[in-house]
Design a protein around this ligand. Structure first.
Ligand SMILES: Nc1ncnc2c1ncn2[C@@H]1O[C@H](COP(=O)(O)OP(=O)(O)OP(=O)(O)O)[C@@H](O)[C@H]1O
Length: 377
């Protein structure tokens, strides 16, 4: 029997590094992107995601590492020799050219063919009839769709998006998010998008590459990134976490104040060492009744706010050494709790959601509030 022939990935980066003088912007980046995949480069400002996208585009030189597109080594190819379309954060349309001329800018060939292609693309982005308008006559969202049409005009194999939605207001952004995703799926075009917006990455990407200080922290599907973060940075950057310090009493048990709780560590804990535990706000269970169990406690309500469809509560648990917890609850859960002024709220930290990366906390990283909780965004 013959071995199946596996198609080369649309893009393969290996060992990419980038220095700006003495500053290391990227360090040993390796990544493959499959044909038709939508990959987001996600990370805080300055983590190197735009630099990486610009290197893929040939807009930034690549001295260390290799870049392959399909089977072709494009490491030293000029932008014009590469096969991609790109959309930038600022619309970057030519203000003195009509929409049609902007879209047709990179097209070669006969006038009729160009006109047909422009009409096709305008239909594709849902804006027929604006061919003769100028960029200044369009809204931000419309301009960004035209920029997208221009990027797609030559039917490239790869679409590069550099924060394409960040200049738009929230409502337009959300709408365009689903439009871009639908268009990408319809065309099956391999897409790499830079964003610092976790919600954008979680809703649009097939896979997310989380970056921090020039290195890749984790590559995974949105569910993997959210549910199984590989590091403290990823857990903190994507979603909210309650961080709690405690002393291990066994391979998967931790002393918190007066109680010993079962936890779900990534590796066995060493009794007597101090660790940091984390739990997502939505994984803390608020209960109508307290039960005599180590995972249960009574919490004091410190703060309550309504954020549209959910409530956010700040709770303090004296029994667990005074830790503070952020918890989110639906309207239905809140109605079942009947929270009155000053009343203590029973809650439970389910062991499987009380996780720990298993890194021992060094003594010098501890301070007087070693047992108090900390809530991070
Ligand atoms: N041409 C350059 N010369 C010197 N330093 C640069 C240059 N381009 C980028 N840098 C630095 O490299 C780091 C990464 O920049 P990059 O633009 O890739 O970050 P980013 O993750 O895209 O952030 P942002 O979302 O703010 O654009 C930053 O510290 C930036 O100051």
């Amino acid at each position: 029997m013959r071995e199946p022939i596996l198609a080369a990935p649309e893009l393969a980066l290996s060992g990419i590094s980038k220095q700006f003088g003495a500053f290391t912007a990227l360090q040993d980046i390796s990544l493959t992107v499959n044909k038709g995949e939508f990959v987001c480069l996600l990370g805080p400002s300055g983590c190197g995601k735009t630099t990486l996208l610009r290197m893929i585009a040939g807009l930034e030189s690549c001295e260390n590492g290799q870049i392959y597109q399909a089977d072709r080594n494009i490491t030293r190819a000029s932008p014009a020799q590469r096969d991609y379309g790109i959309v930038f954060q600022s619309y970057a349309l030519f203000p003195n050219l009509t929409v049609a001329a902007n879209i047709a800018y990179g097209l070669k060939g006969r006038r009729e063919d160009k006109e047909r292609r422009v009409s096709e693309l305008l239909a594709l982005i849902g804006l027929p009839g604006i061919a003769q308008k100028y960029p200044a006559q369009l809204s931000g969202g419309q301009q960004q769709r035209v920029a997208l049409a221009r990027a797609l005009a030559t039917s490239p194999s790869l679409l590069l998006l550099d924060e394409p939605l960040s200049a738009l207001d929230a409502q337009v952004r959300e709408h365009l998010r689903s439009e871009i995703k639908a268009l990408q799926q319809k065309l099956g075009i391999t897409t790499i998008m830079v964003t610092h917006d976790q919600e954008e990455a979680l809703t649009m990407a097939d896979r997310i590459v989380v970056m921090n200080h020039g290195v890749i922290e984790q590559i995974g599907t949105p569910a993997q990134i959210y549910q199984q973060p590989a590091s403290r940075f990823v857990a903190d950057f994507v979603g909210h976490c309650n961080w709690i310090r405690g002393i291990a009493t066994g391979v998967n048990t931790v002393q918190l104040g007066a109680a010993q709780l079962a936890v779900n560590p990534a590796k066995p804990l060493q009794a007597g060492e101090q660790y940091e535990l984390f739990i997502r706000p939505e994984d803390v269970e608020l209960l109508p009744e307290w039960q005599a169990d180590e995972q249960h406690a009574l919490a004091k309500l410190m703060h309550l706010e309504l954020i549209g469809s959910i409530y956010r509560l700040k709770l303090s648990v004296a029994h667990w050494g005074g830790i503070e917890l952020e918890v989110v609850a639906s309207h239905r859960e809140m109605a079942a709790l009947r929270i009155d002024d000053g009343q203590l709220i029973p809650l439970r930290l389910p062991a499987q959601h009380l996780r720990c990366f298993g890194e021992v906390l060094k003594l010098d990283s501890l301070n007087a509030e070693a047992f108090s909780g900390e809530v991070a965004q």
